[in-house]
Design a protein around this ligand. Structure first.
Ligand SMILES: [Zn+2]
Length: 259
């Protein structure tokens, strides 16, 4: 049997393809990490062996024994379907390090350079929601455009999106978090993103992209779709906008849906 026949593996590879088709994962952009539960580890156990052990310089407390499937540093979403053996991998955390158990060219490659951001975000989300499984990053076109023409205040940004469509407040009632522009990759952006994820599922990186999380691929992708769709409406209409929903309208929705 090929590992691609395991449902969660196939869904992750399909998600990468979808991101590229949506225009959110150009060139080497975008990365995904997925926390395996015990049943999923069991499903792939015949494929797993320790190919490499890699020390990390972030705190692994609470992560030991946890397995993640994630995209490789330098991988491309466009070619993921053909190259998943090279461009995806499964790692397991031990104290101060992780082991590469499958993929990344049998341990030759390394996970995404955003690994610290991903792992710290998983830890932050799990404290808020023990069912969280996904953290994903990509470059939604209209969201990035909106960060260039809207003030970079997370509350104002959230309110503007809530007013674009009656269903936005249903999809992200807790609102969106936003960082100031920061250098991406390893460094302070990881802990800063995780800090925001303590009580939000989505963090926007202005002029760059989005970090989204959720209990399933459907949830995490649905958040990005909804945000980018309504950022698109904002970008299309901003110059000529006559009106949108008011703060009072959003309050009515919040009451009506008991949010
Ligand atoms: Zn990026």
């Amino acid at each position: 049997m090929d590992i691609i026949n395991v449902e969660f593996v196939r869904e992750l590879v399909e998600a990468c393809t979808y991101f590229w088709e949506a225009g959110w994962g150009e060139c080497h952009a975008g990365n995904i990490s997925y926390l395996l539960d015990e049943k999923e580890v069991e499903e792939v156990k015949d494929f797993l062996k320790v190919h490499a052990t890699v020390p990390v310089d972030f705190d692994t407390e609470g992560l030991e024994g946890k397995c993640f499937m994630l995209t490789r540093s330098g991988s491309a979403f466009r070619t993921m379907k053909k190259r998943y053996m090279h461009d995806m991998g499964i790692i397991r955390f031990i104290k101060g390090a992780y082991e590469i158990l499958w993929g990344f060219d049998d341990g030759e490659g390394r996970p995404t350079s955003e690994l610290p951001a991903h792992i710290l975000c998983h830890r932050a989300r799990l404290q808020d929601d023990p069912k969280n499984k996904i953290v994903m990053h990509c470059h939604p076109t209209y969201l990035n455009a909106m960060t260039m023409i809207h003030e970079l205040d997370e509350e104002e940004f959230t309110k503007t999106l809530w007013k674009m469509n009656s269903e936005c407040v249903l999809v992200f009632p807790e609102g969106l978090a936003m960082l100031p522009w920061m250098v991406c990759g390893e460094g302070p952006i990881g802990p800063a993103t995780a800090e925001k994820m303590k009580n939000k599922r989505v963090v926007i990186w202005p002029f760059h992209g989005i970090f989204s999380s959720g209990n399933s691929l459907f949830d995490a992708i649905g958040l990005i779709e909804t945000i980018d769709k309504n950022a698109h409406v904002y970008v299309l209409t901003k110059a000529n906008m006559l009106h949108s929903m008011t703060d009072e309208n959003v309050e009515e929705l919040r009451k009506h849906f008991h949010l």
